[in-house]
Write a protein that binds this ligand. Structure first.
Ligand code: DGL
Length: 262
């Protein structure tokens, strides 16, 4: 059974790809909607939250975890890997690799949370793959709130306003590739593409799901492809937005848990 977690809806970008690539696998999704955002918090708090998220998923019986959160992947992954005895895949590695493969002018933009940008995780990963690449990183915290509040249409005026500001440095640097390093941002890919036509957008959640699919067998023993959803706050809002994003009604019920207990 696969565990996927994020601070909220963003990890669904990884879930969607995981379901497509691994249709027979059972998946448990946890969105920490009661404590979002993670990206504005200290590394200590992010590690504490991520540890609790992992404990919950382990209690559900998962045997592999996709940390579908750029913030957790760039800040807490090493600690989680030391503390938990199961494979944990983050979203930095796959996105960095694909971006380096796809860029032609070696100018890559990174849109992510403040914590992810400050961690330097993408810069390190990309620098190790190709030291000649210029990385222009922009922290875009407002985009997380916009997505969580349902501003996900390609022509949403509030998203357009935020993007005009956030995308200015990557436009100026003439990047040809942008890593959507926060898993919430691929939900806004249409809006971003309108401002940056012709630029390659890398979906960090989907890239991580590809790494996951390369590592686990497509069908688990006794698994039937069931997806279960858990959140730490108001479940109906999550189900409605998740259904819009996944392009299909969520069939399973969304359960609310007390994450601080873990
Ligand atoms: N989806 C998240 C990320 O990738 C979380 C954003 C947040 O909670 O601030 O960073």
């Amino acid at each position: 059974m696969i565990g996927i977690f994020d601070s909220g809806l963003g990890g669904l970008t990884a879930l969607r790809e995981a379901v497509r690539l691994l249709p027979g696998r059972d998946i448990v999704y946890f969105g920490d909607t009661g404590r979002i955002p993670y990206g504005t918090r200290s590394p200590e708090t992010i590690v504490r939250y991520a540890r609790q998220d992992m404990r919950f998923l382990c209690g559900e019986g998962v045997d592999v975890v996709l940390a579908a959160c750029g913030t957790v992947s760039s800040t807490a992954l090493d600690t989680l890997r030391q503390e938990f005895d199961l494979p944990i895949i983050g979203v930095v590695e796959g996105a960095a690799q694909t971006a380096v493969q796809r860029t032609k002018n070696r100018k890559i933009g990174l849109l992510a949370t403040g914590a992810t940008v400050s961690s330097g995780a993408f810069a390190r990963e990309i620098g190790a793959l190709d030291p000649q690449v210029e990385l222009v990183s922009v922290a875009c915290p407002l985009l997380v709130s916009l997505v969580e509040n349902g501003h996900i249409a390609d022509d949403d005026p509030m998203v357009e306003l935020a993007l005009a500001d956030y995308l200015a440095p990557v436009r100026e640097a003439r990047v040809d590739t942008i890593i959507l390093g926060c898993t919430h941002f691929p939900i806004l890919a249409g809006a971003i593409a309108r401002v940056m036509p012709g630029v390659t957008l890398i979906n960090s959640g989907a890239e991580a799901a590809k790494l996951l699919a390369a590592q686990v067998p497509p069908i688990g023993e006794g698994e039937t492809g069931r997806v279960r959803y858990f959140v730490s706050d108001s479940a109906p809002g999550f189900a409605r937005l998740a259904s819009i994003f996944l392009g299909a009604e969520i069939e399973a019920e969304v359960n609310r848990i007390e994450i601080e207990r873990f």
